[in-house]
Design a protein around this ligand. Structure first.
Ligand SMILES: *[C@@H]1O[C@H](CO)[C@@H](O)[C@H](O)[C@H]1NC(C)=O
Ligand SMILES: *[C@@H]1O[C@H](CO)[C@@H](O)[C@H](O)[C@H]1NC(C)=O
Ligand SMILES: *[C@@H]1O[C@H](CO)[C@@H](O)[C@H](O)[C@H]1NC(C)=O
Ligand SMILES: *[C@@H]1O[C@H](CO)[C@@H](O)[C@H](O)[C@H]1NC(C)=O
Ligand SMILES: *[C@@H]1O[C@H](CO)[C@@H](O)[C@H](O)[C@H]1NC(C)=O
Ligand SMILES: *[C@@H]1O[C@H](CO)[C@@H](O)[C@H](O)[C@H]1NC(C)=O
Ligand SMILES: *[C@@H]1O[C@H](CO)[C@@H](O)[C@H](O)[C@H]1NC(C)=O
Ligand SMILES: *[C@@H]1O[C@H](CO)[C@@H](O)[C@H](O)[C@H]1NC(C)=O
Ligand SMILES: *[C@@H]1O[C@H](CO)[C@@H](O)[C@H](O)[C@H]1NC(C)=O
Ligand SMILES: *[C@@H]1O[C@H](CO)[C@@H](O)[C@H](O)[C@H]1NC(C)=O
Length: 705
């Protein structure tokens, strides 16, 4: 017990620090709870005052936390249901943390002020909670590129303010929900501009009710699902529509006539379906830029009269993408294939396209003669453009060591990397280098005008994937220092995940996928191991000293008049039990387990689950319903602590979060049981810790001050 006594007597005078917090206590405890189950939170997440101390990724207003932006932090763990305590939260951006798993807690519906919920490219799974429909202030909901399953919750239809809805690239199934008088549906989203539902397993017909004339959608992306049936003619009512992707489904029937009324439509993808009938009259599509009708079963017929005349000139304008193409040039690509008849040959001959028509795989390209050498019979060789990389800016690239790269301005640095995916670009020829120059300069202008310390942006390896998305590698180089810090990465990650940065219009809808940034200063420093108490501080010795001192003071003075003791006040407020589940005290930061739950997950505390024992009682191995392995410390009846001590220990442990300390998952405090549930550490570490600290298993607090 020697070292512990030493620590405590050293710090008794510290607690004065606790008083002047600018952070609302409920918010502080909620952040602690998030931190307790996340790895890799920013290193300055220490101390009791997130707002005052300016924790990276946290913004506050009047002592309340209003924004959490932690893109690309390499966070791992689950999203604690305690997030609901952050009652004033407006922005939650956890994008590009692939290690964030588990489901979105349904308590997220309690965040009544939430305007942006952005979790692009994380590892979340399970159902999208129905409670998401309670977020009445929500403007953008970006759940794309996770592993969500199940249906689209109809409650999303109640989000009347929603502007952005992106649920693409998940495993969502079922039909697209529409309202029926009793239940809400997506047809009610009349302020939403973006329906990005591609790359899921959505099935059934596209309900005709989904579209109506009150809607203001500009992008409808349903590609790569399992949708069947007809294209509903109601789509023609959405006059604002600019991009429509229904390709890569199993849609059948004819293309509805009134699609022709979409005069703002720029990109139309209907390829890879089972559409039949004659090609529709599409002369009304005055803004059309790109159209792909390939791989359908359109009726073999004469070339539709509307296709003559307007497209016989090749493009001359050099203003792309800043100005729309001229009328005479408005269909820059017309890709039809798979229909073995003269139609294609006639078509190709009549329109005289030189660059952007691809008819590979059609009879015309197999005939001998002149047509074989036409551009429309040659697919651009991928290796030709995929080797593109932003060239150096009139300087000699430097040779950079240890993962650093030479920026376009020839400085060595650790860039923030990721990919930009364009889901419906209007350009077609990826060999055209002015595309990349235009994108690169728009990004630089954006970063500069947002005071983000970016030296330069490098784009490389453009490719088109099997979904017809154009994907580019992006490197964003820091200015000044050779690396970004946590607050900069979360800031740049946010402007990209939030779509604050918009590429020039010819690029169409896009999505950025950031990599985890592995080059923060000090990330690779080794921490001293072995001495648990020295390391067990979740980032700072101070926290734990303060806590220990606080507990010490609390214990010494708990009979004293609470009103006169700031520590006692502070501690008692964080330890205030929430009276629920039958009067069982439940502390924030650690999950409550019922006795029954723990009994189940340890096989009724069976001997085979027994990991060891000590003076306090026994430790069992258990498996939670989520599959997580845990070690459960069950106090022997004789060795139970007082309720207050037990709570204090839980509170302490739930604050500690470090790789050298087994972290607390939860506890049980019921009837005559006291149990602590820890994450399970395999390979005998647990037993070693056990024998090393037999009396107070795995905890660094002692009850014997
Ligand atoms: C901070 O909150 C107050 C109300 O509590 C509000 O009037 C003010 O606009 C908020 N400031 C910011 C920057 O959001
Ligand atoms: C469109 O909005 C108007 C007024 O809000 C409403 O009366 C009408 O029923 C709506 N139409 C549709 C098709 O929802
Ligand atoms: C054509 O579309 C079907 C689905 O409708 C798909 O299975 C097939 O691979 C596509 N063929 C080509 C050549 O893209
Ligand atoms: C296909 O075209 C032929 C001749 O143009 C016509 O007789 C036939 O009805 C068409 N079939 C469909 C399904 O439109
Ligand atoms: C095609 O539709 C336009 C209206 O957008 C109409 O003026 C034209 O006559 C139609 N052409 C044919 C061949 O049906
Ligand atoms: C390349 O793209 C630019 C717009 O960025 C356009 O003006 C130019 O005509 C294109 N060049 C070719 C050869 O297609
Ligand atoms: C790139 O394409 C050109 C023709 O456009 C061809 O001559 C050249 O060999 C190609 N290069 C590679 C690396 O494929
Ligand atoms: C992060 O870096 C920026 C400059 O790039 C600097 O202004 C800021 O103070 C740094 N933040 C921290 C917490 O070090
Ligand atoms: C998020 O993006 C929207 C546009 O998509 C923009 O209006 C808003 O200001 C952005 N939010 C922040 C906090 O930058
Ligand atoms: C992310 O964190 C894990 C450990 O939690 C580490 O192994 C990995 O290297 C980190 N990745 C980056 C990019 O920092």
């Amino acid at each position: 017990m020697g070292p512990r006594i030493w620590v405590c007597s050293l710090v008794i005078s510290i607690p004065v620090l606790i008083i002047a917090a600018q952070t609302n206590n409920q918010d502080y405890v909620a952040l602690q709870s998030l931190q307790a189950i996340w790895q890799n939170t920013p290193p300055n997440w220490v101390g009791p005052d997130p707002c005052g101390a300016g924790w990276d990724g946290i913004r506050c207003n009047n002592s309340r936390v209003t924004s959490i932006t932690l893109a690309s932090m390499n966070l791992t763990g689950q999203l604690s249901g305690d997030i609901q305590e952050l009652a004033e939260l407006q922005i939650l951006d956890l994008s590009y943390n692939k290690g964030l798993t588990g489901s979105l807690p349904s308590s997220i519906g309690k965040l009544k002020k939430l305007a942006r919920l952005i979790v692009v490219g994380c590892g979340f799974s399970g159902l999208i909670p129905d409670t998401i429909g309670s977020l009445q202030q929500l403007l953008s909901l970006s759940l794309n590129s996770n592993n969500f399953i199940g249906g689209i919750p109809p409650s999303i239809g109640s989000l009347i303010n929603l502007y952005w809805l992106d649920i693409a690239d998940n495993k969502l199934s079922g039909t697209i929900p529409v309202s029926d008088g009793n239940t809400p549906g997506l047809d009610m989203l009349v302020h939403t501009k973006h329906f990005h539902f591609g790359q899921n397993h959505l099935s059934g017909e596209i309900p005709p009710r989904l579209f109506n004339s009150n809607m203001t959608l500009i992008h409808v992306l349903f590609e790569s699902n399992n949708l069947i049936g007809n294209i509903p003619s109601t789509i023609g009512l959405v006059q604002t529509l600019e991009v429509l992707r229904l390709d890569r489904n199993a849609l059948s029937g004819t293309v509805p006539r009134n699609l022709n009324s979409l005069s703002l439509l720029k990109e139309l993808y209907l390829s890879n379906n089972k559409l039949t009938g004659a090609l529709p009259n599409l002369t009304g599509l005055n803004s059309l830029n790109y159209m792909d009708l390939s791989n359908n079963s359109f009726n073999a017929s004469a070339v539709p009269s509307w296709s003559y005349g307007t497209r016989t000139t090749s493009r001359t304008s050099s203003s792309w993408p800043l100005q729309p193409p001229s009328l005479a040039d408005r269909v820059s690509c017309f890709s039809i294939s798979g229909d073995p008849n003269n139609y294609i040959a006639d078509y190709a001959q009549s329109v005289g396209y030189k660059k952007e028509l691809i008819l590979v795989g059609n009879p015309i390209c197999q005939e001998t003669g002149q047509s074989q050498t036409e551009n429309y019979c040659v697919i651009p060789e991928p290796s030709n453009y995929s080797s593109y990389s932003t060239p150096p800016n009139n300087c000699l690239p430097t040779t950079s060591g240890s993962n650093q790269l030479s920026s376009p301005n020839c400085k060595c640095a650790y860039p923030y990397t990721g990919t930009l995916t364009f889901r419906a670009p209007s350009f077609f020829d990826l060999r055209n280098l002015s595309i990349y120059a235009s994108l690169q300069s728009s990004m630089m202008v954006f970063f500069q005008s947002h005071q983000l310390p970016v030296d330069s942006v490098s784009l490389s390896n453009p490719t088109k994937n099997s979904d017809d998305y154009v994907i580019l590698d992006v490197r964003i180089f820091p200015s000044g220092l050779n690396r970004f810090n946590q607050s900069r990465i979360s800031g740049i990650g946010f402007v990209l995940s939030n779509q604050t940065f918009k590429p020039p219009s010819g690029f169409g809808p896009s999505v950025f996928h950031g990599d985890g940034y592995g080059n923060f200063a000090g990330t690779h420093k080794s921490t001293s191991t072995g001495v648990i108490i020295g390391a067990a501080v979740g980032g700072s010795v101070l926290v734990i000293l303060v806590l220990l001192a606080g507990v010490y003071a609390f214990r010494q003075k708990r009979r004293a008049d609470k009103q006169n003791n700031p520590f006692v006040l502070y501690l008692s407020s964080i330890l205030e039990p929430r009276q629920n589940s039958g009067g069982v005290p439940q502390l924030k930061g650690a999950r409550f387990f019922s006795f029954e739950e723990l009994k189940r997950c340890t096989n009724n505390f069976s001997e085979t689950n027994d990991l060891g024992s000590g003076g306090y009682g026994k430790v069992y191995k258990g498996t939670l319903p989520s599959g997580q392995l845990v070690a459960i410390k069950r106090a022997q009846h004789g060795s139970m602590q007082g309720g207050l001590e037990f709570k204090t220990e839980i509170e302490l442990l739930s604050r500690v979060h470090h790789k050298n300390v087994v972290s607390l998952v939860g506890f049980c405090f019921e009837q005559v049981e006291q149990m602590l549930v820890y994450e399970y550490i395999p390979n005998g570490t647990l037993k070693e810790s056990l024998s090393g600290a037999s009396d107070d298993f795995l905890t660094f607090t002692s009850y014997e001050y």
